[in-house]
Design a binder for this molecule. Structure first.
Ligand SMILES: NC(=O)c1ccc[n+]([C@@H]2O[C@H](COP(=O)([O-])OP(=O)(O)OC[C@H]3O[C@@H](n4cnc5c(N)ncnc54)[C@H](OP(=O)(O)O)[C@@H]3O)[C@@H](O)[C@H]2O)c1
Length: 252
């Protein structure tokens, strides 16, 4: 479904936001926060029905312009170039695509797949989006990484290492595009109540609505790196300082 992209709103952002992986639980919550603020949206997801439903919901609830894009990263014809071209004009991009991949034992294809979905394609899309935004000398690229990228753990090291690469990539991208007027923000969520954490019991799990609001607030403030909830910054600081000889014995 496409409602076109004419923005008639008086949004604080006054702009159009392209959300990649928009049907993810977290990204849906972000779309609602943005649409409530009056932003126009381009929502991209791999499930046609789901993404169409999301688009209709946003238009109905908030009366904002919304374009729907169906795109699957594993489609043999998918390329970052054609994706950015199809999206047309936008002012900000949020890249939320990610997958935990399989748990152990990891196979070689698992490692390649996890890296492709969590790192390679997000990095390619972020790059092309930043180049496009640099032509207007404004806009932002928001990359959803993870605290899992701060230190490799036995429970998710394929995912964690891909996120580590994405975090480092985002840092360099921010550094490079700062002079070109494009802001790059790295988001490092901790545990959020989404399908990724289903079955996990922890008092540290945050609601997706809370995390979404924090992310949009950080976009407004043009933060560089943001941990959500904030306390993960301190948790990760401790985790990163555990000596390796002790860390390797832990069941994390
Ligand atoms: N949940 C957490 O605790 C947590 C913690 C730290 C970071 N994060 C990050 O937050 C982001 C959002 O995740 P989430 O928690 O909301 O989980 P989610 O609902 O599983 O979202 C993952 C997203 O990636 C998309 N995706 C997966 N494989 C794809 C493919 N082959 N082609 C295109 N899209 C694909 C999914 O599409 P479908 O909607 O079609 O499945 C979905 O939109 C991810 O980058 C994740 O790594 C999550």
């Amino acid at each position: 479904m496409s409602t076109g992209k004419t923005n008639t709103s008086s949004a604080p952002f006054g702009s159009t936001v392209l959300v990649v992986g928009a049907t993810s639980s977290l990204a849906q919550a972000i779309c609602h926060v943005l649409a409530r603020e009056g932003c126009g949206l381009i929502v991209s997801g791999r499930d046609e029905k789901e993404v169409d439903l999301l688009g209709r919901d946003l238009v109905t609830r908030y009366n904002v312009p919304c374009m729907v894009m169906v795109s699957d990263f594993v489609d043999e014809y998918f390329t970052a170039e054609s994706f950015i071209q199809r999206a047309g004009d936008f002012d900000h991009i949020i890249i939320a695509t990610g997958t935990m991949g399989s748990s152990e034992p990891l196979s070689l294809p698992d490692i390649a797949f996890t890296s492709h979905i969590n790192y390679t394609l997000p990095a390619q899309i972020a790059t092309l989006a930043a180049i496009k935004l640099a032509e207007k000398k404004q806009g932002s690229v928001v990359i959803i990484s993870s605290v899992a990228g701060d230190r490799g753990r036995q429970s998710n090291y394929a995912y964690g290492s891909a996120k580590a690469a994405l975090t480092a990539f985002a840092s360099g991208l921010r550094n490079y595009f700062y002079k070109k007027g494009v802001h790059v923000m790295t988001v490092k969520p901790g545990f959020i109540d989404t399908p990724m954490t289903w079955g996990m019991e922890s008092p540290l799990i945050a609601s997706r609505e809370y995390v979404a609001q924090k992310i949009v607030k950080a976009m407004h403030k043009k933060k560089d790196v943001v941990y959500v909830p904030f306390f993960w910054k301190y948790i990760m600081l401790i985790i990163m300082h555990i000596p390796e000889r002790i860390f390797k014995r832990l069941k994390l």
